[in-house]
Design a protein around this ligand. Structure first.
Ligand code: G3H
Ligand code: 13P
Ligand code: ZN
Length: 311
């Protein structure tokens, strides 16, 4: 068994009307939690590595842990570079065993995005690695970069056909109103996603896998729990789960989740330390954190992704 690409998982997800979960990984507990949940539900999953994760944990450790998870669980796992900023980081991940990379040229003008993405695709495909590109720009905090709402932009359906055919990308991340981090919509406003854009893209690119970033639901109970212990997440708001379920039934084959894992982990650790302040063995709270992340991933598979029993 080895890490796999997302090719086959996306093909089946598109046909089956469900989505594959792509969860951000930063340490062993998170990787174990995600992959144990995926194994229990018999679903493939994407483990994705951001720039922040590379800085925190070093790619060499995350790669080894992802390979250990394949050996341990026997399920199909893809190791994916999240928001690759340039050709060099994509090349380094491809050369070192990642099976999928994202080249995020969404902040560049169209022609530059095409040229950069095409260069990565040519290199990646030669080595059997798949590539996710992005058109349109999400708001929010992404890899330590804050994109203001006024600098974000929806994907323009009239650009997608040319982008996909000229670059050769295997999947496309689009902006339809989701955003990174815990503050996705203004408090007091109705969360809205532009399903009309997604549906138009489906007509233009039938059968082509679409990716949704910034898709955490920012579970209110966890936000409250963190705030009660001195957290400062007032006004945090995520994407309603019914909207994500709907997107998964359409062309969205990969749903990216990071913030909900952070919330589950932090709430779990705060809870256990509050109840048992005498704990000084880190395993006492890290095992609780791992259990909470696993519960979160099981919930996503059952209530958002619909990918159970797809292996
Ligand atoms: O898209 C961004 C992810 O949430 C990762 O953020 O670089 O802080 O790990 P990070
Ligand atoms: P969230 O911040 O909504 O979890 O999004 C994560 C993401 O898109 C990673 O690429
Ligand atoms: Zn993202």
């Amino acid at each position: 068994m080895a890490l796999v690409t997302t090719k086959e998982m996306f093909r089946k997800a598109y046909e089956g009307g469900y989505a594959i979960g792509a969860f951000n990984i930063n340490n062993m507990e998170i990787i174990q939690a995600i992959t144990e949940a995926a194994a229990e539900r018999k679903t493939p999953v994407v483990l994705q590595v951001s720039a922040g994760a590379r800085k925190y944990a070093k790619p060499v450790y995350l790669r080894a842990l992802a390979n250990a998870a394949v050996e341990d669980t026997g399920i199909d796992l893809a190791l994916h570079l999240d928001h690759g900023a340039d050709f060099e980081i994509c090349k380094s991940c491809i050369d070192s065993g990642f099976t999928s990379v994202m080249i995020d040229g969404s902040h560049h003008p169209f022609e530059e995005n095409v040229a950069l993405t095409k260069k990565v695709v040519e290199y990646a495909h030669d080595k059997g690695v798949v590539v996710e590109g992005e058109l349109g720009r999400l708001a929010g905090v992404e890899d330590e970069v804050k994109v203001k709402a006024e600098d974000s932009s929806y994907t323009r359906p009239e650009e997608v056909e040319e982008f996909v055919s000229r670059t050769g990308v295997d999947s496309l991340a689009i902006a339809i109103g989701t955003s990174h981090g815990a503050y996705k919509f203004k408090p007091g406003t109705e969360p809205k996603l532009r399903f009309d854009i997604l549906e138009r893209i489906m007509e233009i690119l039938p059968g082509f896998p679409i990716v949704l970033h910034g898709a955490s639901s920012v579970i209110p109970e966890l936000v409250d729990e963190i705030n009660e212990c001195g957290g400062k997440l007032d006004g945090a708001l995520g994407v309603p789960e019914d909207m994500l379920r709907h997107a998964a039934k359409l062309a969205v084959c990969k749903i990216n989740i990071d913030s909900d894992i952070r919330l589950a982990m932090t709430a779990g650790i705060r809870r256990v330390l509050k109840a048992s302040p005498e704990i000084f063995d880190p395993r006492g709270y890290l095992s609780v954190a791992r259990e909470e992340v696993k519960k979160m991933v099981l919930h996503k598979i059952d209530c958002v992704l619909g990918s159970a029993n797809s292996l």
